[in-house]
Design a protein around this ligand. Structure first.
Ligand code: HEM
Length: 496
């Protein structure tokens, strides 16, 4: 067998491809040589759309960087200079700011598509992991990018979020000073955030490459959630899905242009048009909309958590799993010893203080995604064949929207105000009504808001740790079609 790659193409393309098999690689990834399930619906457009968003961010960001100054006395005005003086600077800046929001909308839909159709399940666990890493990188990049215009929200958002690390015992304060490069958010912080914000998208490209590599190992999942069994189940990626992806790009550009040209600041916060002032704290510090659910989880923990609440489940879970022979003796013993130790510390008064609890909850809400392929015990991938999960998926989706809403509200007063459509008098009345039934005033202010955040946070974790593992065991799933080809023909009313 020849060691070198013999290109299947003719002429100069073949000549080049034999020496640099890049045409073949593209063909195998997105060309006629890539067999793809024939039943992918429009939810499968969002992967390519996410790629498009990244390109938009990198190109617009590169041009912005030619005019931006990462120095605290000049950053704000350099952004205003871009908006007013640079030719089409306003377009570049709005493309980048609105583009960030569009990127998150697209990626959130991409993730929820994965949750609905069970795309994270074997054998696509590593593909899913790469996705979660991309999500973390995206969040870090967006967070640092928001600091760059050096407005009030930039400064105070950076202060609040970096300060979170101080919640970790012993090393917390040192970590925060190290992140800041000083004793407050200041010029060194802005400099390093700019460097990191510039480089991270390129790291993302590397992880996306692995994401696609892992995707190509087993090919795409599909709405039926069953494996490809033969050529009748597939069609070539090109031209069928290239044309479908380009159609998606068209729709995407219409929505993007809608925000870009008619409501470029709709998703942003007005306070970021006030230059950063370390001496004036904004009344309500809120992050960008895409962080709101996580922000709500952070704020939901307003109480110290006794350690036995964590130790006991580990201890009992370990005992059960060992008895039911779900895990080996070694792992079981570790779980029992560690769980027992934490439980004893808990009964001895040990607790996680509320701030650390919130921080752990917030990071945990994303990190739990890594474990999802094992938490979900159902053998069936697609929610279309899981009658109960199909509904609970939507409960979870609504739960995240509620979290987002709770995160957007000021920690006090907020929900009352929104129930009353912003009418101060009405909110005041509601507040008095709560006080009248002997809810302390300070409580009443934040009572409903915090309660909603807490319930929604509770459900978020319940969904992962209880619903996914249990439902997989008890749910009666519907019979799966024998093959994609057969089911497609059946859906179309033809005879297979
Ligand atoms: C910059 C961000 C991302 C890009 C460019 C990207 C790109 C892609 C592309 C092109 C596909 C194939 C088309 C499709 O199935 O939609 C794909 C599939 C997939 N992605 Fe992503 N992705 C990103 C982020 C994520 C994230 C954050 C997750 C999950 C946490 C994720 C999970 C998946 C999964 C599970 C699949 C397989 C879907 C299936 O075959 O059913 N991706 N991705």
């Amino acid at each position: 067998m020849a060691l070198h790659h013999k290109s299947p193409y003719k002429g100069w393309v073949g000549w080049l491809d034999t020496r640099l098999p890049v045409v073949y690689a593209i063909d195998k990834a997105v060309g006629p040589r890539h067999p793809t399930p024939r039943n992918l619906n429009y939810w499968w457009n969002f992967g390519s759309l996410a790629g498009l968003c990244l390109v938009i961010q990198i190109v617009s960001g590169l041009f912005l960087s030619m005019h931006y100054t990462a120095q605290i006395d000049l950053a704000f005005s350099s952004v205003e200079h871009i908006m007013r003086d640079v030719s089409y600077g306003w377009l570049l800046r709005y493309m980048h700011a609105v583009g960030a929001s569009m990127f998150f909308i697209v990626v959130f839909i991409h993730i929820f598509r994965g949750l609905y159709y069970g795309s994270y399940k074997s054998p696509r666990e590593v593909l899913w992991w790469m996705g979660v890493i991309i999500l973390l990188l995206m969040m870090a990049t967006a967070f640092m990018g928001y600091v760059l215009p050096w407005g009030q929200m930039s400064f105070w958002g950076a202060t609040v979020i970096t300060n979170l690390f101080s919640a970790f015992p012993l090393v917390g304060e040192s970590i925060v000073n190290w992140l800041w490069g000083g004793f407050s958010v200041d010029n060194p912080t802005l400099n390093r955030f700019y460097s990191l914000h510039f480089v991270m998208p390129f790291i993302m490209i590397g992880v996306i490459f692995l994401h696609i590599l892992a995707l190509n190992a087993f090919g795409s999942n599909n709405p039926k959630g069953i494996d490809v069994k033969g050529p009748a189940d597939t069609i070539p990626f090109h031209p069928y899905y290239t044309v479908k992806d380009f159609f998606g790009f068209g729709i995407f550009f219409i929505v993007f242009a809608g925000f870009l040209f008619f409501a470029p600041n709709y998703l942003g916060h007005a306070d970021n048009y006030i230059p950063a002032n370390p001496l004036v704290t904004p009344t309500h510090i809120v992050p960008e909309w895409y962080f709101l659910p996580f922000y709500a989880i952070l704020r939901a923990v307003t109480f110290n958590i006794p350690l036995y609440l964590i130790g006991l489940p580990v201890l009992l879970g370990g005992l059960w799993a060992l008895k039911a022979k779900k895990i080996g003796l070694k792992l079981g013993t570790i779980a029992i010893v560690v769980g027992g130790f934490i439980t004893i510390a808990g009964f001895g008064g040990g607790q996680i203080d509320s701030k650390l609890g919130g921080v752990l909850g917030m990071f945990g809400s994303i990190l739990v995604l890594f474990a999802l392929p094992w938490l979900d015990t159902s053998p069936v991938r697609s929610a279309n064949y899981r009658p109960i999960y199909k509904w609970l998926f939507w409960v979870f989706a609504i739960d995240t929207v509620i979290l987002g809403y709770a995160g957007s509200q000021p920690a006090d007063w907020g929900i009352l105000m929104s129930f009353c459509a912003g009418e101060v008098q009405c909110a005041d009345k509601a507040l008095h009504a709560l006080v009248a039934i002997e809810v302390p005033a300070s409580w009443a202010n934040s009572f409903i808001d915090i309660t909603i955040s807490l319930i929604a946070t509770g459900y978020y974790f319940l969904h992962f740790f209880i619903v996914f593992p249990l439902l997989g065991k008890i749910e009666k799933t519907l019979p799966l079609p024998t093959s994609i080809g057969v089911s497609v023909l059946k859906d179309k009313g033809a005879h297979a």
